[in-house]
Design a protein around this ligand. Structure first.
Ligand code: HEM
Length: 647
């Protein structure tokens, strides 16, 4: 007899023997865990055999268990192939959980403060075990989720699954779509790097455009927690990302899923009579039970997806991390994340309020109400030509707008900025400024010029030294050198004691390559950078630290309606400063040089053109000269010198 007041496992052993008692014990545990299936039932299911026990034990987990009560116990045979669902709803659901799990792991190592966030990211990438993998998975998963949810919407539209009685399912789906996009977007800011700050600044300033101004300003303040994104903004985006948006998403996920189960998965349109909905009336011979067929196929799908994500993140994809956020430095060509490019593209069409606010909201409202407006009952493709055409139009417009949203489209960055950028670009951008990997010892102080490359290519090597020296004298005389040094000392605070123009030393092969590339770029842009010359000025303010100034000098050219004005030879036409006859500048009331678009002939007292020593008519003007420069500091121990792929 048991010493306990109820029968114990020991009693079982005494009564049935050890083996049988242990076996029955395990069986019972299994039955409890699965809410109804014992080991024999599980084995049969996994082997694909019919159940031997009656009534069918594979239905009890659906009736008695928590997790499976929300899954249908059987599906229609026609719904088990890839078509019509393409498993996109299931994959969307998978991503919700995948993102939650990877996100929670990242949360352990993250503090939403501008002081800490970027450092946290570096720690995640370097110190946290599997930190980089988790971050990459979370980022790739977020983008994958946006894509899959859009595709799921597309498929439910094409199969007409949004029609009665599933209009509300579709409606809740649109809410899920918005949540998905905002989840991805709000996460963008959290690394607190340049990409984050500027992509989110673009997004937030769109919201600021909401009319009337008081609403726009209030929304902007609410979102950013101040006129600009700072500590408050980061905290707000963090809370949106981990709390508010997921909360709405989980509620609507529940409602969406509940509706899907209540109505059943809609059959392929051609398998039903027009106007009928037989999803819930599955004849016995058409039933495929959830356990084991659907369950194993679902597990297979998520296993394959996880595998693909992991492989991608290990070998091909790393979530970007640029330099620390800096509200003073606007990177070139910042765009919103790709899934918001369509709005950025639309904005290029004109009015900020219409294209940035009214249009996206209109798209959302149209999507939400569409099932209630489209009352045509047939789900057959042939009967839905208008709807399918509208859908194709919608997808095309979104694609075109997204293309227009790219930085390359419709935004002209001036050539000088592009050339400078190419040379000194920050290491965390997709490219590395070509000057950064030049070995430290090659960066000998001096002023180097692209003119050297031109002479090397155009004159005989024997004449190079003389011609190069002539060039040096010329720029001293015509004031280019003085103008450049004046600009550098006033604007860039660079003093140049004892530094002079020189040819690149023979040992500085990489520096020579950079100068060569610099020359090529200037040549490529020669229409916009008329008579342009590039300079690389290297100074050494401290031992082991050098400063590299990249300077571009050129003559400004005429633009007509945003395009370069060209003469009959296809050369760009310079703009001019107007000068008085005595050579002084003509100034406007504010004391600025008056710029004229075409040169004015200089006439003598009798009204005849004044000719110069070459017999060419002199004009009253001189071309407008422009100068732009950027500088970087490089330390001997900087990582770029060891970076693979540098030239
Ligand atoms: C996080 C986002 C979403 C999740 C997790 C989700 C999940 C699901 C799942 C699991 C199904 C079952 C059928 C299937 O696998 O295709 C389903 C069906 C459906 N979903 Fe979604 N969905 C999401 C977003 C959307 C969106 C954006 C829409 C459309 C605007 C939408 C509209 C529908 C409709 C109409 C059905 C019924 C399909 C049928 O009965 O054949 N869902 N959803």
């Amino acid at each position: 007899m048991s010493i306990l007041p109820f029968p114990s496992f020991l009693d079982d052993i005494k009564e049935k023997g050890l083996k049988k008692a242990v076996f029955e014990g395990i069986d019972e545990v299994m039955e409890r865990l699965t809410a109804g299936m014992n080991i024999q039932d599980v084995r049969e299911a996994l082997r694909g055999e019919a159940p031997t026990r009656k009534p069918n034990p594979r239905l009890t987990p659906h009736a008695d268990g928590f997790w499976l009560h929300m899954r249908p116990s059987y599906f229609h045979k026609d719904m088990t192939g890839l078509y019509p669902t393409f498993r996109l709803g299931w994959l969307s659901a998978y991503f919700v959980f995948f993102e939650t799990i990877t996100g929670m792991l990242l949360m352990l190592w993250y503090t939403p403060s501008p002081d800490a966030a970027y450092g946290n990211m570096l720690a995640i990438l370097s110190n946290v075990p599997l930190g980089q993998l988790m971050r990459d998975l979370h980022r790739l998963g977020a983008e994958g989720m946006v894509l899959i949810v859009w595709l799921h919407m597309l498929r439910t539209f094409l199969t007409g699954s949004y029609k009665k009685p599933r209009q509300f399912t579709w409606f809740t789906g649109v809410v899920l779509l918005i949540c998905t996009m905002f989840l991805s977007f709000s996460g963008y800011l959290l690394p607190w790097d340049q990409l984050a700050l500027w992509a989110v600044t673009i997004g937030a300033s769109m919201i600021e455009a909401t009319p009337p101004p008081i609403v726009g300003q209030t929304l902007n303040l609410l979102l950013r927690g101040g006129p600009d994104i700072g500590a408050n903004g980061l905290l707000r985006f963090y809370l949106l990302h981990v709390l508010a948006v997921p909360a709405v998403l989980f509620v609507f996920f529940g409602v969406h899923y509940y509706k899907v189960v209540i109505h059943g998965f809609s059959l392929p349109p051609q398998k039903e009579n027009i106007g009928e909905d037989t999803a819930k009336r599955v004849p016995l011979d058409k039933r495929v039970y959830y356990i084991p067929d659907i369950l194993t196929s679902e597990i297979m799908w998520i296993a394959v997806t996880t595998f693909v994500l992991v492989v991608l993140c290990i070998w091909f994809f790393h979530a970007p991390l640029e330099n620390h956020a800096d509200s003073q430095v606007t990177p070139l060509g910042t765009t919103a994340p790709w899934y918001f490019l369509w709005i950025q593209g639309a904005l290029k069409l004109g009015d900020k309020v219409f294209w940035g606010i009214v249009f996206p909201n209109l798209v959302i409202v149209l999507l939400m109400v569409y099932p209630y407006v489209d009352t045509q009952i047939s789900r057959r493709y042939a009967h839905r030509r208008v709807a399918i055409t509208l859908c194709a139009l919608f997808v095309s417009i979104m694609t075109i707008f997204s293309y227009m949203g790219l930085a390359e489209y419709g935004v002209n960055t001036s050539a000088d900025v592009e050339v400078l950028h190419e040379l000194v670009m920050e290491p965390a951008h997709s490219h590395l400024g070509i000057i950064r990997p030049v070995p430290f010892d090659e960066l000998v102080p001096g002023i180097y010029t692209t003119e050297q490359i031109r002479l090397e290519r155009e004159v005989h090597p024997d004449d190079f030294a003389t011609d190069f020296a002539d060039y040096g004298t010329r720029i001293q005389e015509n004031g280019d050198a003085a103008r450049m040094l004046d600009f550098l000392s006033r604007v860039q605070h660079l003093s140049l004691p004892g530094i002079s123009l020189r040819a690149v030393p023979a040992a500085s092969e990489h520096l020579h390559n950079v100068l060569d590339r610099f020359y090529e770029m200037m040549e490529h842009e020669r229409l916009e950078l008329r008579n342009g010359t590039g300079y690389i000025i290297i100074t050494a303010p401290q031992p082991n630290l050098i400063r590299v100034d990249v300077v571009v000098l050129w003559e400004e050219v005429l633009l007509r309606s945003g395009h370069l004005a060209l003469d009959a030879n296809g050369d760009s036409i310079p703009r001019f400063w107007e000068v008085n006859e005595d050579g002084s500048f003509v100034l406007d009331e504010a004391g600025r040089n008056i710029i004229v678009d075409e040169p004015i002939p200089l006439l003598d007292a009798s009204g005849n053109p004044v000719l110069d020593e070459n017999g060419v008519a002199r004009t009253l003007t001189v071309p407008v000269e422009r100068i732009n420069s950027q500088f970087i500091y490089l330390h001997r121990n900087a990582e770029y010198f060891h970076r693979p792929g540098g030239n």
